[in-house]
Design a protein around this ligand. Sequence first.
Ligand code: ADE
Length: 227
Amino acid sequence: MIAILGAMQEEITPILQMIGEYETTEFANNKFYTAKIGNNYVVVAYSKIGKVNSALTTSILVQKFGAKKLLFTGVAGSLNENLHIGDILYATSLVQHDLDITAFGHPHGFVPGIEIFSRTDQSLNELAQKVAQKQGIKLIGGVIATGDQFVCDKNKKEWIKNTFNADAVEMEGGSVAQVCTQLNVPFFMLRAISDEAGGGADVDFDEFLNSSANISAKFVIEMVKAL
Ligand code: ADE
């Protein structure tokens, strides 16, 4: 079983449209859609926004639905001047930018028992590069920073970018990464850029959510077909 996870309805609607027929299971105030793509059984869900929702849904996908791999699809704000609206990137590693016990002398993003940066699965990342090459799509790998905030401010954006050397910011990847790492599930994290996380990011997000979500979803479907 392969899990395909988004955070918002808009991020998985293109996946469900491409699949066409699926079964729906209700659990924990959420819906999980199971189907077959090629030779693979898939379970598709959106978690709702934020770290708690995405951690819960990831755990359910693994423990209740038996997901052996997880592919995340969605949108992110760009922190890298070479990443523009509609571009895609995959996470090489993820960090929680709002995890802060610096009062005790620890670095940002650290609490005891975890690594600051969670690394994604190398072979899924290599598969993504092959799929991108075959389709002539520009795809880069980078650091994705996650927190329970929509970043819409130049100073906050610069702080996250400089503190973690991050390329994109969103609100779920770091928590999905933590859960997958602890449950030993290889995971892949793809995001299409919807905004540039500075002033006006809210306006761009509203304008480009659907188109960018669609770009990311299409790519993830191609990956599942190639698995
Ligand atoms: N997801 C898409 N754009 C974002 C932003 N600017 N901040 C946080 N999450 C996002």
